[in-house]
Design a binder for this molecule. Sequence first.
Ligand SMILES: *[C@@H]1O[C@H](CO)[C@@H](O)[C@H](O)[C@H]1NC(C)=O
Ligand SMILES: *[C@@H]1O[C@H](CO)[C@@H](O)[C@H](O)[C@H]1NC(C)=O
Ligand SMILES: *[C@@H]1O[C@H](CO)[C@@H](O)[C@H](O)[C@H]1NC(C)=O
Ligand SMILES: *[C@@H]1O[C@H](CO)[C@@H](O)[C@H](O)[C@H]1NC(C)=O
Ligand SMILES: *[C@@H]1O[C@H](CO)[C@@H](O)[C@H](O)[C@H]1NC(C)=O
Length: 611
Amino acid sequence: MLLPCLLLSLVTGSFTSRIIQSAGDPDSHLESLRGIVEGPLAGWNAVLYLDPSLEPPVWECVRGLLAGRNASHVLVDLGSDGALWSEGQPVDLLRGAFMVHVVVFQDDPRPFFEAVSLQWNPQYLLFFSVSNETKKALLLDDTFKGVERLLLVEKTSLKDPGSEPTSGMFTSFPFEARKIKLIGSWDDAAFPSREDLFVDRFESFRGYEFQLGTSLDDYPYLYKSKTKPKGYGDGVEVEMLDAMARVLDFKYNLTAEAPDRKWGAFENGSWTGMLGMVHRKEKNFTVNYFSITGERVDAFDASVSYWMEGFGMSMLSPPPLPKWRGVYYPFTPSVWLALTVTFVLVLIIMSVQDNMQPVPFLGGVGSTWPYLLRAMFNNSIPRLPKAQWQRLFVGTWLLYCFIVSSAFTANLVAFLTIPIFPERIQTVKELAKSDYRVCMFDYGEFVPGALRSSQDPHYKALGEKLDLFSAYGACVKGMRERTHANIESYSYNLILLFVDYKVKNSYMLSEQLYPSYLCWYFQKNTAWKYKFNHGLRRLVESGLVEYWVKIKTEDFLGRGFERRQQLQDTERDIQALSLEHLQGVFFLLAMSWAAGGLVFAAEVLRHRCRL
Ligand SMILES: *[C@@H]1O[C@H](CO)[C@@H](O)[C@H](O)[C@H]1NC(C)=O
Ligand SMILES: *[C@@H]1O[C@H](CO)[C@@H](O)[C@H](O)[C@H]1NC(C)=O
Ligand SMILES: *[C@@H]1O[C@H](CO)[C@@H](O)[C@H](O)[C@H]1NC(C)=O
Ligand SMILES: *[C@@H]1O[C@H](CO)[C@@H](O)[C@H](O)[C@H]1NC(C)=O
Ligand SMILES: *[C@@H]1O[C@H](CO)[C@@H](O)[C@H](O)[C@H]1NC(C)=O
């Protein structure tokens, strides 16, 4: 991937021939160039932009520098077409800190850089001017606005020919009153490393007021403040901004909502919502709930991630199962089946054993089954078989019955008193296979589109079952009727249901859709973004973001919300047994009596017929 720039690539051959030798006194300004390239920039990969109108001594100096360099470099002709050049270059060469970009020029280099693609945004850019005129205007030019570290080296004896010629080093501080400053003049000993050479241009924002493209409807991240005047927000993002504002010295102005009232997506060839405001350069950045996606990163500068969250699906808890069924809940159907099969087997074996005796001990199946059942119902057995081996068999049966009946009794108590809920849907897969549909408030999130075009069969199934509504009310109504599961970003969903709609018996599926990393989006090529990155990292590493998310969520849901939810799911209030609980037993009793009555009637009939 990086291969092209690791090789010495001569981008345009046209000027190599111009690097010709010519004799001359060493010029002190050119010595500075040598000092910089062999000093602080030694060992760094470099992109060298060379002006075709440079004079022969300069060419010679450059040629000497290149020959002595250890690190790889790329040569670019400033006379060529910037658009064409930047098209074919790898991203690592165009952006970031992998290469230091050095421009050695005589004439104005702007035409080349105005043409390069939006991807071009080096972190370190050094202008080395050999011109007789000052080129300080470059430092404030919009073309280089996005460069993090910018440096211009030019002759300072321009105005006063008598003085000792030195190479002055200038940089711009966009947030300060005197924007261009002299950092010093070149001296081989004064700037040992790259960081000394390229100073931090954004130490402080000097009280600048950033315009934020936001929406104040994003619990618990960003919402209208209840205590402060109109226009002010509250939430996790506000805490983060306030913490950073104090250190970096800036102010911010929030927007209540995007003019088109959308969230932010790429539609019909343009960005909508808050991202649209940032993309159109109306606002400086946005801090709402936005996850990192490839499409957005291409069009914006993303900060580092500060939190991870996905889209949560909320559903109403299924109603508890009828109470009378508590009688058979202690065992699962398979256990009941196993018990029945075992009983039939034991009955057969016992009957066979009995038949093999010289004198049958019980005498027929009719008396064997009540005999075996006695143990099952904790009744004593009146007498034991005579044969030792048969006693052994009955003894084992007794032990088996003891364990089964104790297990049933113990479980029965619990099952009679606690409402039993059917298994809840917890994963996307289960939801996709269930009869539930899903719904979402359509405010321009990427989720509906992404679900419908998903490769994952379960996500795709959800996409096909998705109903989009134009208000939250309709969604929540569907959820209350147990026809829909509501999709919304996890924390927001939680607060929406418990606070806005007061749906108490709902729960969130444990799996989230598109769990992703949240970040702030800046305009593409924002030079000072790294300051916010640094601040965000500090807030994340100190655990403050996590703390604020917890605090702001609890503001809505009350303290210890999670614990209360869990308790509600596991242990419930102590209840006295009601008639409803014991219904099952009476039901069984009635059934058994009915069966007994039937058998009795059959026997009477049989008796009558025989007579
Ligand atoms: C150049 O690289 C060689 C080996 O990679 C190393 O020994 C030498 O010190 C380097 N020279 C400079 C000036 O960095
Ligand atoms: C720059 O100035 C020096 C002396 O001031 C002069 O000799 C030289 O020709 C000038 N070069 C250009 C390109 O103007
Ligand atoms: C935000 O900016 C708008 C327009 O620039 C201005 O009217 C408003 O007063 C500002 N709000 C705050 C809180 O600074
Ligand atoms: C995209 O453009 C078409 C035609 O101009 C329009 O009908 C459609 O509503 C637009 N879609 C969105 C999401 O704006
Ligand atoms: C912030 O955005 C405003 C437009 O709302 C723009 O005028 C200003 O230059 C931006 N500030 C910075 C530092 O980019």
